[in-house]
Write a protein that binds this ligand. Structure first.
Ligand SMILES: N[C@@H](CCC(=O)N[C@@H](CS)C(=O)NCC(=O)O)C(=O)O
Ligand SMILES: [Fe+2]
Length: 373
């Protein structure tokens, strides 16, 4: 049993179809939008019933056809929970299992290329997305990437699989199709035999240009590849900036997350430590409580910390519990010379939203990255 491997020459992306030969139930990994017709024909020709379409991460270089495949086939979308793909029906965490017919894939959280990236294990095959590539690995310089995290994902999670596990990468631009854990452990020039410090130094020195389609691809992929943006209860597109008085504007949690993950904004959580401990927090956000006492016009600690966290004139997106405190904080950050945005609905959502704005959950109800202590 081997997967069907498909290739998009424009982005050197590999997509995969796995299926149960008895029931014909299938699962698609990382489908590419420009190949929708080819892929639908392939499913038809193999008499496959698509049950799942899944992503290894929110791609920066091409657009998924996941949303369109759902519309054509009735499959369900699944995506890693830390990727901000709020439109995916199922949000996947480490160890989760997806069933198709009598087959199953298991999710292995392999952060580093992006914070939410996962690999999928099926029988003796592992689909590594852009975590482990053949004689390479994904870059770690955007989308909350981390060379340290990638080192641990590859050495502790992927290299601990049996040596004969077949590695199916998310990309290859040299025509190589697959490898094995044993071969990569022995000869991957980026990481084999390297210490964490050596690996981080290598990744820091790559100096790669931004993917050409990144600004277009990220928002589209966080919407399962469907255009137009998600709509709120009032029919407003959630992925746009609303103008505001005294600060740069109001943005949806999705847009704030995209900017932050693409490295276009610093995410500042202005709730108190107690709130974060109690309800949950966003890993990687700058914790910077906005405290204001009656009669106190200035908040010198906040000012200093904001200036330290965001480069002069840089962009900040501010998160609080329900999107009220963050407005005041955004005004102050604007006075300090930043391009500061308030994140609508905050971390938890507006408790009165049903009454006056339509029910909209906050950051943590939208499949965006967060966790509890
Ligand atoms: N030239 C490509 C660059 C694509 C790119 O940066 N790819 C990412 C994966 S999304 C990567 O990690 N590449 C690994 C590498 O270049 O070593 C484009 O513009 O799309
Ligand atoms: Fe990628």
């Amino acid at each position: 049993m081997t997967p069907l491997q498909l290739f998009d020459p424009a982005s050197s992306t590999y997509s995969y179809v796995l299926f149960d030969p008895a029931t014909r139930d299938a699962l698609f990994i990382d489908p590419v939008d420009s190949w929708l017709e080819r892929d639908l024909a392939l499913l038809r020709d193999h008499a496959l019933k698509l049950v799942w379409t899944v992503e290894t991460h929110a791609h920066a270089d091409h657009i998924t056809s996941g949303g369109q495949l759902v519309e054509h086939t009735g499959a369900r979308t699944a995506a890693p929970e830390g990727c901000g793909i709020a439109t995916a029906a199922t949000q996947l965490g480490d160890g989760d299992v997806l069933q198709f017919g009598g087959e199953q894939v298991r999710v292995i959280h392999t952060p580093g290329h992006t914070a939410g990236s996962v690999s999928y294990l099926w029988r003796k095959h592992v689909f590594t997305g852009d975590a482990l590539l053949i004689d390479g690995c994904g870059r770690t310089d955007f989308q909350s990437g981390s060379a340290e995290a990638l080192y641990h994902s590859i050495t502790q999670r992927l290299f601990t699989l049996p040596d004969d596990t077949v590695v199916w990468p998310g990309h290859d631009d040299q025509g190589r199709t697959h490898s094995t854990i044993g071969a990569e452990k022995a000869g991957n020039t980026r990481i084999a035999g390297k210490s964490l410090v050596e690996f981080v130094a290598t990744m820091d020195q790559l100096g790669l240009p931004r993917p050409a389609r990144m600004d277009e691809a990220l928002p589209a992929n966080q919407n399962s590849g469907l255009g137009g943006g998600r709509q709120d209860a009032d029919g407003a597109t959630l992925l746009e900036v609303q103008t505001a008085d005294g600060y740069a504007g109001n943005v949806s949690p999705e847009l704030a997350c995209q900017w932050w993950q693409a490295g276009h904004a610093v995410l500042i959580d202005v709730r108190t430590d107690a709130e974060r401990d109690w309800v949950g927090f966003v890993p990687g956000a700058v914790a910077l409580a906005w405290k204001q006492w009656p009669g106190m016009a200035m908040n010198p600690q906040f000012d200093e910390a904001v200036k330290a966290a965001v480069p002069a004139g840089g962009r900040a997106v501010l998160l609080c519990r329900s999107g009220v405190r963050s407005i005041t904080a955004a005004r102050r950050a604007t006075e300090l010379g930043l391009e500061a945005y308030n994140i609508l609905e905050g971390f938890e959502g507006d408790p009165d939203a049903d009454a006056h704005r339509g029910a909209r959950g906050g950051w943590r109800f939208r499949g965006l990255p967060w966790r509890q202590h």
